[in-house]
Design a protein around this ligand. Structure first.
Ligand code: AMP
Length: 401
C-alpha cells in the first residue's frame, strides 16, 4: 500500500480528499462528527511534519450552490479540534478564491474548501475540474473511504496529476487493512452474517464470500426469498420473485465450496405494521397466510449465537429484522451482543454497511467490535471484490490526463 507513513510533508501543501459528508441539524450544526474525527490523524501528520493541509470534500447531494450544503457549517467543529486561528475556509473550491487562499496558506494551517459537489463536474469526473483542484497543492492524499467506490474528479481523476506525489491517508489504510482480514488474510472458522431487506443488493457479496467463509448466517427480509425458492411457505413476508432462481444458484455455489448456510429456524411474525398488530413466532419455512416475518425468533437467536461464539473471524452486514421497530429489534440486538462476546473471546469482527453500523451504535456496542467500517457503499463494493477507483488511482501509475 502506498500510504502517507513513508512521506515527509515539510513545507508541502497537501491536498487531502476527506469524507466530511456529515449529518447537519436544522440550524446547520453537525449532528455526528465521527467522519471529521476519523480524518484527524492524517491532517495531524501533515501539520506535524511542517506542511499545510487543504481539505476537499462533498456534503450531501446539492443541485448547484445551496447554503444548506455549505462546508462552512463544519468550521466550528474543526476549529474546536484544532486551534481556531489554525483553520481557514474558502468559499469556493476552484478559481481565484481557492487559488489565493491556497497560496497564502502557511505551514501548520488548514484550509477547508467549499463543497466540491457545488460543481456538477465533480461527479462527472471532469478532467478540467480535476486539473484546477490539482493545481492547488503539491501532494494528493485520498483519505475518503466513504467515496472510494466513486470515480469522481476529486477521488480518482485528480490522482493522475500527482504521479510521484500521492498516497492513501491513515483512515483509508486502516479500512483496507481491516477489510483484508475478512477477504484475504482469514482466520478460520470464518462466519459471515448477512442480513437486510433484499437478496438483490447482497447477491454479489454472497458470491464473493462463497469460497472464503465456513458459515453463512442469513437473516432479515432476504431470508424469505431463499425459503420460498426452496419450497417453504412465507405468508406475506418480503420476497423478490425475480431472484428465486439466483437464490437457488447461490446455495448451490455455497454447497460446492462446503459452506454451511444457516437460515433462522424460527421468525417473529406479524399480521401488519402497527401497535394493534398480532405478533407470533412461526417456523420460518411454514409461516401462516397473512403473516410476515419481521425478525429472527428465539430459537434462531440460540442457533446463530452458537455459531458466532465458535468463530475466529466475523463479518456482519445487514440487520436480522426490522430493528427500527421495538417489537422486531431483539434478533439484531442479540446478534450484536453475540458478535461483541465472540470478539471478547478472541475473534476478529468487522461490521460494515449503513444499517448494521446504525444498529451497533443504537445498542452502544461499537467499542466491543474489532472494526466498524466508515464506508457504507464503498465497503459493500469492496466486499463484492470490486477494485475501488479511489484506491486504484493511488496504487496505479496512470498518465496525466
Ligand atoms: P439493507 O439496507 O439491505 O441492509 O436493509 C436494511 C433494512 O432491512 C432495514 O431498514 C430493515 O428494517 C429491513 N429489514 C430487515 N428485516 C426485514 C424483514 N424481515 N422484512 C422487511 N424488512 C426487513
Amino acid at each position: 500500500m502506498r500510504t502517507i507513513d513513508a512521506e515527509n510533508f515539510k513545507n508541502k501543501k497537501v491536498l487531502i480528499r476527506v469524507d466530511f459528508n456529515v449529518p447537519l441539524d436544522e440550524q446547520f450544526q453537525v449532528k455526528d462528527d465521527t467522519r471529521i474525527r476519523a480524518a484527524v490523524p492524517t491532517i495531524k501528520k501533515v501539520l506535524d511534519d511542517g506542511g499545510s493541509a487543504i481539505l476537499i470534500s462533498h456534503l450531501g447531494r446539492p443541485k448547484g450552490i445551496a447554503e444548506k450544503y455549505s462546508l462552512k457549517h463544519l468550521m466550528p467543529v474543526l476549529q474546536h479540534i484544532f486551534r481556531k486561528d489554525q483553520v481557514l475556509f474558502a468559499s469556493d473550491c476552484i478559481g481565484e478564491i481557492a487559488e489565493q487562499a491556497a497560496k497564502r496558506l502557511q505551514p501548520g494551517q488548514i484550509l477547508l474548501l467549499e463543497n466540491l459537489r457545488f460543481y456538477p463536474e465533480e461527479e462527472k469526473g471532469d478532467v478540467g475540474f480535476a486539473k484546477q483542484l490539482a493545481a492547488l497543492g503539491d501532494f494528493y492524499v485520498n483519505d475518503a473511504f466513504g467515496t472510494a467506490h466513486r470515480r469522481h474528479a476529486s477521488t480518482a481523476v485528480i490522482a493522475s496529476y500527482f504521479p510521484e506525489h500521492k498516497a492513501l491517508g491513515f483512515l483509508m489504510a486502516e479500512e483496507i487493512r481491516n477489510i483484508s482480514k475478512v477477504l484475504d488474510d482469514i482466520q478460520h472458522p470464518y462466519v459471515a452474517i448477512i442480513g437486510g431487506a433484499k437478496v438483490s443488493s447482497k447477491i454479489n457479496i454472497l458470491r464473493n464470500l462463497a469460497d472464503k467463509v465456513d458459515h453463512l448466517i442469513i437473516g432479515g427480509g432476504m431470508v424469505f426469498t431463499f425459503i420460498k425458492a426452496q419450497g417453504g411457505s412465507i405468508g406475506s413476508s418480503l420476497v423478490e420473485e425475480g431472484m428465486l432462481s439466483e437464490a437457488l444458484e447461490i446455495l448451490k455455489v455455497c454447497e460446492q465450496h462446503g459452506v454451511k448456510v444457516n437460515f433462522p429456524i424460527d421468525s417473529v411474525c406479524s399480521d401488519r405494521f402497527g401497535a394493534d398488530a398480532i405478533i407470533k413466532t412461526c417456523h420460518t419455512n411454514s409461516i401462516d397466510d397473512g403473516f410476515m416475518g419481521l425478525d429472527i425468533g428465539p430459537q434462531a437467536i440460540n442457533q446463530f449465537q452458537e455459531i458466532i461464539m465458535r468463530a475466529k473471524t466475523i463479518l456482519w452486514n445487514g440487520p436480522m429484522g426490522v430493528f427500527e421497530m421495538s417489537a422486531f429489534k431483539e434478533g439484531t440486538r442479540q446478534i450484536a451482543l453475540s458478535v461483541a462476546a465472540s470478539t471478547k473471546a478472541g475473534a476478529f469482527s468487522l461490521v460494515g454497511g449503513g444499517d448494521s453500523v446504525a444498529a451497533i451504535n443504537t445498542f452502544h456496542l461499537a467499542d466491543e467490535i474489532s472494526y466498524v467500517s466508515t464506508g457504507g457503499g464503498a465497503m459493500l463494493e469492496y466486499m463484492e471484490g470490486v477494485i475501488l477507483p479511489g484506491i486504484a488511482a493511488i496504487e496505479e501509475n496512470q498518465p496525466a490526463l
